[in-house]
Design a binder for this molecule. Structure first.
Ligand SMILES: NC(=O)c1ccc[n+]([C@@H]2O[C@H](COP(=O)([O-])OP(=O)(O)OC[C@H]3O[C@@H](n4cnc5c(N)ncnc54)[C@H](OP(=O)(O)O)[C@@H]3O)[C@@H](O)[C@H]2O)c1
Length: 181
């Protein structure tokens, strides 16, 4: 990690001619309940307009990496973003997306972006959390029934950089930015 919390492109931080000199801040972005529930029946559970606005504001102009199931839960590729979809299906193809076959390949595809976002779902967060520098989490202080979960955040590895408490008619929630120690 360098002083800005970004990963160096090489282990020494010195790049050679054949290696990218680009550093990127890999960011997971998710909304979870207090038990880390992410969704149910391949859909989001809650409707939080402020969270959707924040998601759009943070991700617009960037690469967004998602699992095939999350992509198929959307009406179409999200505009003004480089949509990268991870699947094991070698024949997968849809309009407006780049297809990759692992999270590492997806990050390689996004290497020109200084802040690629991993936008879910559960399987992809699980595989990406160890590669991430930042987690932008919306934590809803309530409980929902769900079938997909965000991985546990180990507070020995992550620190809270920012926290903003929000209110909704039915529950409170917080926008929390975690950075890798
Ligand atoms: N609350 C939130 O912030 C949030 C955000 C995003 C999603 N979600 C929710 O999360 C749920 C979907 O999550 P999910 O865990 O079921 O699915 P997912 O992570 O979106 O996608 C899983 C799919 O990704 C592909 N995949 C996973 N690992 C791979 C690997 N190592 N190599 C190649 N392909 C790989 C596979 O696609 P193939 O089967 O095609 O091979 C797999 O079926 C939905 O309920 C959605 O609404 C919530």
């Amino acid at each position: 990690m360098n002083s800005e919390g970004m990963k160096d492109a090489t282990s020494t931080g010195v790049s050679t001619e054949n290696e990218s000199s680009k550093v990127s801040k890999v960011t997971l972005i998710a909304a979870i309940d207090q038990n880390r529930v992410l969704g149910k029946d391949n859909q989001l559970i809650w409707h939080l307009p402020e969270d959707l606005k924040r998601f759009k504001r943070l991700t617009t102009g960037h690469a967004i990496i998602m699992g095939r199931k999350t992509f198929e839960s959307l009406p179409k590729a999200l505009p003004n973003r480089h949509n990268i979809v991870v699947t094991r299906n070698q024949n997968y193809s849809k309009e407006g997306i780049t297809v990759c076959h692992s999270v590492k390949d997806a990050l390689e595809c996004a290497k020109d972006d200084e802040q690629p976002f991993v936008i879910g779902g559960g399987q992809i967060y699980e595989q990406a959390i160890g590669l991430a520098d930042v987690i932008e989490l919306t934590e809803i202080h309530s409980q929902f029934e769900g079938d997909v979960f965000f991985p546990k955040i180990n507070l020995k590895e992550w620190s809270i950089e920012k926290e903003q408490r929000m209110v909704h008619p039915d529950f409170e929630y917080s926008f929390i930015t975690y950075t890798k120690k």
